[in-house]
Design a protein around this ligand. Sequence first.
Ligand SMILES: [Zn+2]
Ligand SMILES: [Zn+2]
Length: 276
Amino acid sequence: MIDYHLHGDFCGHAEGELEEYIQEALRKDFREIGFSAHLPLVTEPDPYHAMVEEKLPDYVQLVQMLRDKYRGRIIVKLGIEADFFEDYQSATKRLLDQYPFDFVLGSVHYLGTWHFTSLAGRDRFKTEDPRSVFPRYFEVVKKAVESGLFDILAHPDAIRKSDFFPDFPLLDEYRAVARRLKEQGMALEVNSAGLRRGAGSVYPEFDFLRACVEENVPVTIGSDAHKPEDVGRDFSLVFDLLRRAGVTELALYENRRMRLSPLENYFPGRSWRVSG
Ligand SMILES: [Zn+2]
Ligand SMILES: [Zn+2]
């Protein structure tokens, strides 16, 4: 298996040393993992939510050291999860260009001042109206994709909760995002953390994934683990979903270049063809 979304103790809200994530991945028989610590915020330092800039060189060095140490046992990729801030795109690019990342996850965690994925942002779901929030959210996501800053769109509908969803269909939004991903040569992340964060299913929801498959958008998978035991969490469910959506390949990254590899390589012993 493979997991392209792992954090670690470089920010205040994740725990466990990076090497513990590798140990867990080895125990679970993974072939390849990608670390994706939170890139330092370009808006203002926030050591709880992201690493501080002084730590970024240490992070890069540590992942490179671990990659060499575990060579032959597991493939370790140097990724990063970067926030999209419309007004800070050149600062983000400057930071990303300084290091030889294998992949960059692009994430929308903020709507204006609302940090909706944080603990502090949780209460606001009670007062916001999903009918106005979702269109605003997708405007930001489309800009993030069009920015050209990222390789992979992470947790594509992270704004979704099982009790926070508009009463109108979103298929047009999903298709608009899918088209832009295709145009930019980006991949879509299927992220199992939706199951642990109140969305009731993985990110993105099935219709969103289907819209991307129809546009031939490549797919990566990630657990978004913030502690070692969450490496590969709920991936058998992810596998079933990918298969049901018609995904047959996974996107792999090296030096920010993508190649595709058959899904069946990563789920040994699982029947990947849809029967009947
Ligand atoms: Zn995080
Ligand atoms: Zn995220």
